[in-house]
Design a protein around this ligand. Structure first.
Ligand SMILES: Nc1ncnc2c1ncn2[C@@H]1O[C@H](COP(=O)(O)OP(=O)(O)OP(=O)(O)O)[C@@H](O)[C@H]1O
Ligand SMILES: [Mg+2]
Length: 595
């Protein structure tokens, strides 16, 4: 085939010229030019994202003919584009995203010799520079791990290729047992580690690349925020070449098995990326409808996707952003693999199932498209306005709701004049709307079995009253709260001497009453491991071992939640409160979405 291409190179160029492709394409490497193969990949200038590939076919009767194919991708970079420009266009956003608690992932995919390692190794350096140049707000601890995956075996590239086991712990979190995490303090330290890992990568020659990576290299950067005790993750993945078996220089049994394993893991990766996009889309549209198939994400089928479980597990609620760069060799000699690479890239462009257009819900942010979300931001962000293109350049409502709070705030603060307070209030407003949309849905779906329980506000069993910690009977509010303590009442309290050290990070200490201490059965311990119900003559000691105090109650702590004005009920953090230490009754409003 190669001989056929070379013999007809002049004819090929004449045929291609007749199509007048005006796109700029990546220059061929000097050695490729020397072999005489022309360029066969032509990005269209008039149609961004569309690329033409022209192949030459040997017509059985007469002259060779040209066969053209076109592929569409989201963004196309031609040969003149530098890796720095690709970084600015595609990758730079992943860094603050992971810095603020998200999971950013970049894959470089493509046939052997197409430039994956070339691209990812420079991107790793640029990421290191962004992380370490001090431009990101706050203090973080940065850990780096670089492993190499060949089939089901993994090796630590920062520990002289020590074998690593991929295990799932009892919490379902993938652990790289045996891999070392390096805490990095400076840009240079990080660069050294990246270079060291590159030198330990396994390579072997293929016909297209003398130093072909015969494994997937995963660079994992964990960004720990000690203040929030949360981790952001950044994965930079240089995939093994997706070449056909014919590209292998030496056809040993091991090399054939290696190629099979690589192709199998790339196929699982494609299914996982597609499955995850579909799963996310179904969640955004309120779950699969009766006839809609549940999206399948087979992340357990390969070691690569098991390591990246965080990214693919549909059960994970973490915000993820994934970028795939398909690398293509423009040479006519590589036209077959280039078509396969672009076909793979096209398959990742999943058609997202649309929500039921007949039933749009303008008050449910989960169902908003990017345009609806931007419109809402423009009308509701206050003064000075929060710029929709900065807060949600591409996100849907569901994706913005899943954005970590720190990332949401840092995006809002990029709009001129916007304060942290405005940002928090705006996020609360969005969440309130999301919660209300659930409440409306739930209320509508709740059958009203007893008309006396139905609607009127202020009636004893009205729905509104059941969404609050207020007393069900408004008449009792006139009685001092200490004389009408009941389960479910929320009180503020002063820290009694025996609970010193039990601070709740907020000056306002809140607890919800569970029951009088005498009602507690069995041995119950509080959050400081003290037995709360010492028994005397078979009865719980409600007076606290004879001390002169008022009635005592078993309570659960209520602590500030993640969102402004939201609180979390910690049923497992129990304390005993003396009525004397209670300050006043506090009313908490519940909502169906968060209760
Ligand atoms: N954009 C580019 N500009 C100049 N040279 C490039 C570019 N991309 C790749 N190369 C060169 O092409 C050759 C092959 O690149 P690289 O090793 O990155 O391929 P690969 O996709 O990682 O292949 P494999 O799958 O076999 O590992 C290298 O010599 C590299 O320097
Ligand atoms: Mg490589």
């Amino acid at each position: 085939m190669d001989r056929f291409y070379l013999e007809n190179a002049a004819q090929y160029q004449a045929l291609v010229k007749a199509l007048s492709p005006t796109a700029r394409v990546r220059p061929l490497l000097s050695e490729e030019i020397a072999t005489g193969f022309p360029c066969a990949v032509f990005p269209r200038t008039a149609q961004p994202g569309v690329v033409d590939i022209h192949d030459l076919y040997n017509h059985p009767r007469g002259r060779p003919i040209l066969k053209s194919f076109n592929y569409r991708v989201d963004r196309l970079f031609n040969s003149q584009t530098t890796t720095e420009e690709i970084y600015e266009d595609l990758v730079v956003d992943l860094v603050p995203f992971a810095w603020n608690g998200g999971i950013g992932t970049l894959f470089a995919y493509g046939q052997t010799g197409s430039g994956k390692t070339f691209t990812v190794s420079r991107l790793e350096q640029l990421v290191a520079e962004s992380l370490m140049d001090g431009s990101l707000e706050g203090q973080r601890q940065i850990y780096i791990t670089i492993i190499d995956l060949a089939g089901n075996s993994a090796y630590d590239l920062l520990k002289s290729r020590t074998p690593v086991s991929i295990l799932e712990d009892s919490f379902g979190v993938t652990q790289l047992a045996g891999a070392h995490e390096h805490l990095v303090q400076s840009r240079n330290e990080m660069m050294d580690l990246i270079e060291r890992a590159a030198s330990f990568r396994r390579t072997a020659p293929t016909l297209k690349n003398d130093a072909s990576s015969r494994s997937h290299a995963i660079c994992r950067i964990r960004i720990n925020d000690p203040g929030a005790d949360s981790d952001g993750l950044l994965y930079l993945v240089d995939l093994a070449g997706s070449e056909a078996a014919r590209d292998i220089a030496v056809h040993g049994a091991d090399r054939m098995r290696e190629t099979r394993e690589i192709n199998m893991s790339l196929s699982v990766l494609k299914d996982c990326i597609r499955g995850k996009v579909q799963a996310d889309a179904l969640i955004s549209s309120g779950g699969p409808k009766s006839k809609q198939k549940k999206a399948h994400v087979p992340f357990r089928q390969s070691a690569l996707t098991k390591v990246l479980k965080h990214v693919f597990d549909p059960a994970s609620s973490r915000a993820c952003k994934t970028v795939v760069i398909a690398c293509v060799n423009p040479s006519l000699a590589d036209v077959g693999p280039s078509r396969n690479t672009l076909r793979y890239a096209e398959m990742l462009r999943v058609i997202v199932p649309t929500t039921n257009k007949a039933d749009p819900n303008p008050t449910a942010p989960m169902a908003w498209t990017n345009a609806q979300l931007k419109d809402w931001i423009t009308k509701n962000s206050g003064t000075p306005p929060i710029l929709p293109d900065v807060l949600a350049p591409t996100e849907t409502g569901a994706q913005l709701l899943r954005l970590p709070a720190a990332e949401f705030e840092s995006r809002c603060l990029k709009s001129p004049g916007v304060s942290a307070e405005q940002t928090r209030a705006f996020r609360s407003k969005l969440w309130q709307m999301h919660i209300d949309s659930h409440r409306v849905g739930n209320t509508l779906n709740t059958p009203t079995s007893n008309p006396s329980e139905s609607s009127e506000p202020g009636t004893t069993l009205g729905l509104t009253s059941r969404l609050s910690s207020r007393d069900l009977d408004p008449a009792t509010m006139a009685i001092p709260f200490k004389e009408r303590i009941r389960p479910g009442m929320v009180v503020s309290w002063n820290e009694p001497p025996d609970h010193l050290g039990l601070s709740t990070a907020d000056d306002l200490k809140l607890a919800v009453i569970l029951c009088p201490l005498e009602a507690v059965q069995g041995i119950v311990k509080d959050t400081l491991e003290n037995v709360v119900n010492h028994k005397e003559n078979g009865h719980a000691d409600a007076r606290g071992n004879g001390t002169d105090r008022g009635a005592r109650y078993l309570c659960a702590l209520v602590t500030p939640g993640l969102m402004a004005e939201a609180y979390e009920l910690n049923l497992w953090r129990q304390i005993v409160l003396d009525v004397d230490s209670m300050d006043k009754e506090v009313f908490l409003e519940y909502d169906a979405g968060t209760r």
